[in-house]
Design a protein around this ligand. Structure first.
Ligand code: A3P
Length: 302
C-alpha cells in the first residue's frame, strides 16, 4: 500500500481510495464484520457535500412515518446531532471493532459513509438496501473543506491551506479522495440500479427543496400523502432541517460528537457558489480542466 502525507498525517490507498490509518482500519473492520439487513439505508457522500443536511432530512422523513411527531417526546433532531443519529460506518461504528453493538438501531437502520460504492458494497453484495448519495459542486466542496480544516485545527482561515487542499483535490490524494472517483462510483451505481441507489445534488436541494425532499421520501418508501402535503408537512420538514434551524438548536451550538468535534463545525454558510468568493480564476480553470477530463462520457454534468 503506497502512502503519502495529507494535512493530518499519512494516507493509505485501499481499493482506490485514500484513508488515514485509523479510518482504513474502520473500513476493513466494516468489510469483515458488517451483516446487512434488507431494510438498511445508507447515506453516502464525499466530505463537505451536504451530508449533515441529508442526514437531518432522512431522520425527519422517517420520524414522520413513525408518527411520533404528535407525542411529547422531543424530536430526535432536538436531542442529538444528525451525525450522532446517523453514525458513519468506518469512522464511528467500526473504527475500533468489527463487531460493534448495533442492537440499538431499529429497522430501518440508518448509517452513513464516505467510502466509494465498490468498497461499501463488499458486505452488502446483493442486499436490497437503499443508498442515497449527495453530490455537490467540487469548487464549493473545496472551499467548505478548507474552512472546515481551519476550524478543526483551530487556525485562522489560512490561504496556504486552501492551496494545499486544491493540490490534494487535483492529485486525488486526500482523505477519501479522489473526489471524482467517489462521485462517479455512485453516479454509475444510480444509473445501473435506480431502485436502490439515489443520486442527489446539493444544488438541486437548495434550488427546489420541496421537490427534492419529496423525491427522497418516495425513494425511501415513505412518500407524502395528499393530506400531509395539504397540511404543510413538506415545508415543516424543510424548516426543521434548514441550516438556520439546525444550527440554532442547543445540541448543535454547544454539543460535541463522539470523536470530540464540536457539532457547530458542520454548519457554516450553506450556499451555492461561495467558491466564487475565494478561488482565483487560475484555480477555477485548473478544476474545470479536471472536471472535463474526469466526467467526459459519464453523462454527469456540473
Ligand atoms: P459550507 O461550508 O459551504 O457552508 P457536510 O455536512 O457534508 O460536512 O457538509 C457541510 C456543508 O453543508 C457546509 O457547507 C455546511 O454549511 C452545509 N450545511 C450543513 N447543514 C446544512 C443544512 N441544513 N442546509 C444546507 N446546508 C447545510
Amino acid at each position: 500500500l503506497p502512502s503519502t502525507n495529507d494535512f493530518l498525517g499519512k494516507l493509505y490507498n485501499y481499493q482506490g481510495c485514500w484513508y488515514y490509518p485509523n479510518t482504513l482500519q474502520g473500513v476493513l473492520n466494516f468489510q469483515k464484520g458488517f451483516k446487512p439487513q434488507e431494510t438498511d439505508i445508507i447515506l453516502a457522500s464525499y466530505p463537505k457535500s451536504g451530508t449533515t443536511w441529508l442526514k437531518a432530512l432522512t431522520v425527519a422523513l422517517l420520524e414522520r412515518s413513525k408518527n411520533s411527531s404528535s407525542s411529547d417526546v422531543p424530536h430526535p433532531l432536538q436531542s442529538d446531532n444528525p451525525h450522532g443519529l446517523v453514525p458513519f460506518l468506518e469512522t464511528n461504528l467500526y473504527l475500533n471493532t468489527s463487531t460493534p453493538d448495533l442492537t440499538k438501531f431499529s429497522s430501518p437502520r440508518l448509517f452513513s459513509t464516505h467510502m466509494p460504492l465498490h468498497t461499501l458494497k463488499v458486505p452488502f453484495k446483493d442486499s436490497p438496501c437503499k443508498i442515497v448519495y449527495v453530490c455537490r459542486n467540487v469548487k464549493d466542496v473545496l472551499v467548505s473543506q478548507w474552512y472546515f480544516r481551519c476550524a478543526y485545527l483551530q487556525k485562522e482561515v489560512d490561504k496556504s491551506l486552501l492551496e494545499t487542499s486544491l493540490d490534494s483535490l487535483c492529485s486525488g490524494v486526500g482523505y477519501f479522495g479522489p473526489f471524482w472517483e467517489n462521485v462517479l462510483s455512485y453516479w454509475r451505481g444510480s444509473l445501473e440500479d435506480t431502485e436502490h441507489v439515489l443520486f442527489m445534488r446539493y444544488e438541486e436541494m437548495k434550488s427546489e427543496p420541496a421537490a427534492q425532499v419529496k423525491r427522497l421520501a418516495e425513494f425511501l418508501g415513505c412518500p407524502f400523502t395528499e393530506e400531509e402535503e395539504e397540511g404543510g408537512s413538506v415545508d415543516k420538514i424543510l424548516e426543521l432541517c434548514s441550516l438556520r434551524s439546525l444550527s440554532s438548536m442547543e445540541i448543535n451550538k454547544t454539543g460535541k460528537s463522539s470523536n470530540n468535534m464540536h457539532n457547530s463545525i458542520f454548519f457554516r454558510k450553506g450556499e451555492v457558489g461561495d467558491s466564487k468568493n475565494h478561488l482565483t480564476p487560475e484555480m477555477e480553470n485548473k478544476i474545470d480542466m479536471i472536471i472535463k477530463e474526469k466526467y467526459n462520457g459519464s453523462g454527469l454534468i456540473f
